[in-house]
Design a protein around this ligand. Sequence first.
Ligand SMILES: [Zn+2]
Length: 87
Amino acid sequence: MTAPLRNDSDRYKELQTLLANLLHTGQKDTHEFKTAWQESEAIKNRNGGMPPAEPCPTCGGEGGLDSGGVTPWGSPISIPCPSCSAK
Ligand SMILES: [Zn+2]
């Protein structure tokens, strides 16, 4: 099994932290700052110019939760995530 790709939201947050740190320490003209900035802009562009949304903490962005039950034909039953559907 391959490791899941880290999602854009996590990476974006990491980049914002890094950028803020570099800014606070007067390193905004460094190559590191520029590459981190470019990467964060690229992530935003992939998301239609917006910072990526946080995945739902309850279902992880799946939109449904495993109810633990199975249908008579053996498929797992998922219920709509209460956190997502509350919006
Ligand atoms: Zn959810």
